[in-house]
Design a protein around this ligand. Sequence first.
Ligand SMILES: [Zn+2]
Length: 171
Amino acid sequence: MMGVIGEPTDAERRVWQARDMIRALAMQWFGQGESHRFTVTTMRTGLVLSDPLDMLRATVLVRRVASAQERAYACDARGAGWSWAEVAGVLGFAEWDEPEVLAFEHVAERGGRPGVRRESVSWRCTSCEQRVTDTGPFGSHPTDVESGHAEACARHRAEIAAWVERTGWGQ
Ligand SMILES: [Zn+2]
């Protein structure tokens, strides 16, 4: 949706709200008595802690939590049937080479540290309710990529059927 000239866009409002949330959490966690004051931030005036290091502490904690949530929700999305390419689009990787691979590698990072990766991630399939081990968008046959679906899982059967259709190979 386009914003009126001079009016903040929805995207800008969301950034402000996220900023306000982080600031409110910082006050709650580290604010006490006289330790906060009004100050001018880049966007507007607001109450912040007098020690920027406390603001930084709160922000780092929020980033760590958000980063773990990002991985957890990406796995939930895989469980709900979204592809790695679709997850990659939300993660902002769509314009890069092999976005689906980047998305998997991002989600498989151990503790959010780049380069330290699990070989697979796991999620609960919302179609068959089983826990599935997902080795990423590298394999060919769906069964090589996702193990753990129930024999009768409609989603997994549809993926196999689509793969057979696509490749023209037998199962
Ligand atoms: Zn399943």
